[in-house]
Design a protein around this ligand. Sequence first.
Ligand code: AKG
Length: 287
Amino acid sequence: MNSWEPSPEQWAGWETKGYFVIRNAIPRDSAIEMRGVIKDLLLQPEPEVKADDDPMDPMGDTPGARAARFRKLSGFGPRHPLIWHHFYGSQAMTSVARYFLGDSFFLKFNSCFVKPARTGSATPWHQDNGLWRDGETEPFNFWMALDPATTQNGCLQFIPGSHKLGIFPHLLYDDSIHSELPREEVRQLIADRGVEHCELDSGDVVCWHSSICHYSPPNPSPRGRIAIAGVYSTPQITRRRNYPRPFYWVLRNGELPNAFPPEQVDISEISEPEPFPAAEVTPASLG
Ligand SMILES: O=C(O)CCC(=O)C(=O)O
């Protein structure tokens, strides 16, 4: 299979900021085909994948309303051959990840983030491994824009260099849609380090360190923003097996299997993590 190496600029981004971008990582036409698969999935009465609780207002039972129900769906990647072969199990993505993870790795998570025009909600500030709570810092995280992602429609925002600060305990506030970085901490980090907006075109990919602090705002614009994301990991990195969903082999001993569906990783011990602690409400956290 083809090898891939970061450019000096990408490597510097990875080292110093905690992320880098690959322009045209996947052909734009493929990205648009994958967007069609996701749109179709969103319209199904009950998608057979994991959906976050709907953080958006109930919007009725029309096709348009159903397409705007979810902020996030997970677990669709290994069920849709077009998405598997063109993205999660593609030459393009696996050759990038091989540079970081070596010859054998699997898909730990796969998610689709949907920000419909005008109603799309925010994803709160978090570190991916702050949500995982497994202490893992080495998995490889990647996110592809299926629609152009802009500052107007809610592209990702990163706090550069925050991947070097360790894993912050995440908290649940009364209005949190999921656990998040302590809000005071975020204010201080932004004051110290600033925020970078990561604008991408369809088929561009951003890859980031599992500890980087990131966020995406609501979408008040007339343009929707759909993206698909994944996390690859290896048996050496992912030792604590506290996930209720299966992992799927992507690359094994340097070979990219052509089979579909992809093979599940054999995981025997699965245990649920503890619940998140509630945030203490102080005047500062309300402000
Ligand atoms: O796409 C988004 O809005 C959020 C994505 C994200 O936070 C993630 O993949 O960890």
